[in-house]
Design a protein. Structure first.
Length: 283
């Protein structure tokens, strides 16, 4: 039995997604189960006879930071600088268009996009480029990972535990609980700016409000919520270990540097870009 089969409703939903579309973008805050959904989607897709490609923020981003141009924008207190965020977003759309052109129809691209803080928010924006037809098509589903209050609390406890005893090196870079709570406050701010009902009435995790914020961000896309109501037994495994072959979409260092320079040309006023990042929910 696969892990997700312990939740029949979730298993049915993921099985349908893995078989039906051309591209799935799993979106949501850190600590909402995005990586777990991707980990479970991949083998379901392979079982359905599909080849799986992955485009993930935390996998692509370090290449930009390590490029010659990107080294002008080092991580500050664990936070990616706005120019790198802008470069990764533009590259991602370019990479999606190139993938769609060269890959077989049976291939499936699974993406991961936090959106918060303008991390790959470009995927939600309507832009006049070669990626837009795929991103706007019914064959591209934006799956919003929506954990219940109980599942969210469990994820926070696991983050605390794995900070000192990770099952995979990448887990050391996962946002710790205090960062998860800070990002939730950003969601509350976005909800107030978007005039979403209930934004001023809650301080703790509110799945319904969180879902409405992401649905507002994805108003130009085909979006659906994937609820996580069951705490799955993940203590002995890592969502970063895949049991099936997956190909990561990542740029080479030269390509990454070129997109950093393009971002600099598009945003000559770094302070103005910083203000855009602060209003990341504007799509």
């Amino acid at each position: 039995m696969s892990l997700v089969q312990r939740d029949p409703a979730l298993h049915e939903r993921l099985t349908h997604l893995a078989r039906a579309g051309r591209m799935i973008v799993v979106v949501g805050l850190p600590g909402t189960g995005k990586s777990l959904l991707i980990h479970q989607l991949a083998p379901l897709a392979v079982t359905a006879g599909r080849t799986v490609h992955l485009l993930q923020w935390d996998v692509a981003r370090p290449v930009f930071e390590a490029s010659a141009a990107g080294r002008r924008y080092p991580v500050l207190d664990g936070v990616t600088q706005p120019m790198i965020r802008a470069a990764v977003g533009r590259w991602a759309r370019h990479a999606i268009a190139a993938w769609a052109e060269r890959s077989a129809e049976s291939a499936l691209l699974i993406g991961e996009a936090p959106f918060v803080g303008r991390r790959l928010i470009e995927l939600a924006q309507r832009l006049d480029d070669h990626a837009e037809p795929l991103l706007a098509s019914p064959g591209c589903v934006f799956a919003i990972a929506v954990p219940s209050a109980g599942v969210r609390a469990h994820i926070e406890r696991e983050r605390e535990r794995r900070a000192s005893a990770p099952n995979h090196p990448r887990e050391r870079e996962d946002a710790p609980p205090h960062v998860l709570r800070a990002l939730w406050r950003e969601i509350l701010g976005a909800a107030r700016a978007l005039d979403i009902a209930g934004a001023g009435t809650t301080a703790g995790w509110d799945p319904a409000l969180y879902r409405r914020v992401y649905e507002a961000l994805l108003r130009h896309r085909h979006a659906e919520a994937v609820t996580l109501d069951v705490v799955l037994p993940t203590a002995a495994m890592s969502v970063y270990d895949f049991a099936v072959p997956c190909v990561d979409l990542v740029p080479g260092e030269t390509e990454a540097g070129a997109f950093v320079r393009e971002a600099e040309a598009r945003h000559p006023d770094a302070a103005a870009l910083g203000r855009e990042v602060e209003r990341w929910w504007v799509v």
